[in-house]
Structures are given as structure tokens and as C-alpha cells.
Design a protein around this ligand. Sequence first.
Ligand SMILES: Nc1ncnc2c1ncn2[C@@H]1O[C@H](COP(=O)(O)OP(=O)(O)OP(=O)(O)O)[C@@H](O)[C@H]1O
Length: 304
Amino acid sequence: MSNITVCARFRPLNPKEKQNDHDSFCIRCIDTETFIFKFLALPLIRDAVDAINGTIITYGQTGAGKTYGMEGSGIFECDEQKKGLLPRVVKGLFDFLNSLDEEKTYSIKLSMITVLDPAEALQNLSRGIANRAVGETKMNAASSRSHCIYVFTIQQEFSRDNKGHASSKICGTTYASFLNTETLNRMRSVKLILVDLAQSEKVEKTGAEGRVLEEAKAINKSLSALGNVTNSLTCGLRGKASHIPYRDHTHCSPNRYPKRGISYSHGGNARTALLCCCSPRAFNASESLFTLRFGSRYVIRESI
Ligand SMILES: Nc1ncnc2c1ncn2[C@@H]1O[C@H](COP(=O)(O)OP(=O)(O)OP(=O)(O)O)[C@@H](O)[C@H]1O
């Protein structure tokens, strides 16, 4: 499997756009949320259980549907077709661990909080989302004014039996139970990171001013650092070591890992899934093209 998977999606026109914007159209909207989960996220869940770090990033212009892609119409949404990546990843992760035959002990932490079951994970996610900074711009009534990073840390513990054979013990749904430390042999830890990026914006289109303008500058700066990382990775000569400016990318550092944040997903054998979100409006065509170009740069990258 390649290290990176990219998927692009155009959100549907909203009712106001349908009424007023006759140059724009969306041909057909299928159950894209389920498709995106199966295509982008499910392989990363399987890899995470195999101890391979993974990151899922939503990227795109303001109002293009990044947060919707991540959260869906709400973190507790029951309608399958309106569920975003976060609740699906939570369910998918717990379902996958439950289905394993092998006897292993897992603990899952959501950032620094240990979670014991999917309901608790969703509660904590919902509280985090409520604390996220949002602001109104001309382009989006609830525009995200910060990047939002959800870090699932999956710890796997192995033990040895008294004959020295490698074995381990299953804890059913009690994922956070730990083995007796005397029998503990080995522990491995892997991160599955979901990143809902705030997006660069053309100030003349969003009408940002004051605090919102300052936020826009900070967002744009951090995104250009992400662009520099991608450029270095995609333009580097094969087989030659080149400098990757991970350290500039402090705004995208999960859980205050200033130097390592983005390198979790962009280096070595880590897996990355990128959801490029686009607006169907003709008015936003140049931004949509920019987003698609960003995604296509990832597609041609080799791991260096
Ligand atoms: N696939 C979709 N189906 C239905 N509605 C959508 C979809 N994608 C986005 N929307 C709606 O479009 C609006 C903008 O989406 P969203 O807030 O996710 O954009 P964003 O890219 O996160 O913007 P920002 O960068 O400003 O935070 C929201 O009202 C959202 O509900």
C-alpha cells in the first residue's frame, strides 16, 4: 500500500447557493461520508493496530466542508449518511479491536485522556469541539479559527507465559486494563491523528478584520509552513537526504509536539490520508483548483 491516499470531494450547494448562484451546480451527491471513511480511514485504522502511525487531514478552502468531513453534521449524529470521520473512526477502531482473535491488551488514549469505550470517546470529543474557536466570516457562518487535532494513542501490550512463549491477554472491552507488570514483556504505542485544518482565506472574500484578520494571518502562516514541508518532500531528489522544515510547522503540532507533530504523518513509513474539500461554486473555482493541485502534489510524492 502506498503511504498516502488522497481523495477529493465537492460539497453540495447549500439552499441559499442553489437559489442565488446559477453559475454553480453539483451533479450528484452520493453517500460520500461512508465512502470517504472506507477509502481513507479504514486502512489507517487497520495499520494503526499493526503499529503504523497514521494521520487523516482535511484540507481545503474556507467553507468547503473540512469540519463537516471530520465531524459530520454532529458528533452524536445517528443518520449514517451524515456521520463524519471522527465518530466513524471511534466506532471503527473499537469494532476492529473487538473483532481480533489474538489475545492482546490495548489501551486507547484520546490525547491525554484514557478512554474506555466509544461513548466516552465521543463525549470527550464533543467537549473539545465545543471549546474550539469559531468566528463568522462572509464565506462561512461558523468558520474554524484554529487547526483542530485529535490524537488517538493506541498502546498494545504483550506478555510472556512462564515457559517463555510470547503470549498476551485479552481484556474484552476493558481496553484500559493493564497486565500484571511482572508478566509484561513489551509495549508498543502508535498514533492515529485526525487533523481538521483551518484554511487559508482571501481576506477580500471573507471580509476578515480585527481579531479575525489576525487569526487569518496566523492560519495562513502555518499553512504555508505545511506547504513548505510538502514541497520539500515532493521536490526532494530520490535517494538524497534533504532538509524537511518540520520545525517551522509549530501550528500543526499535535499535543504540543512542536518538532515532531507533522513528521508523525509525513515521514518514514507513516500513513497519511488527505481529504481535499472543494466548494461547488464557480466563484470559488481558483481556490478549488489550488486545493486539487495541493492534493496532486501528495500523489506524486515518494517516501524519502
Ligand atoms: N458534504 C456536505 N454535506 C452537507 N453540508 C455540508 C457538506 N460539507 C459542508 N457542508 C456545510 O457547508 C458549510 C461549511 O462547511 P464547513 O464548516 O465544514 O467548512 P470548513 O471547510 O470547515 O470551513 P472553515 O475553514 O471556515 O472552518 C457548513 O454549514 C456545513 O454544514
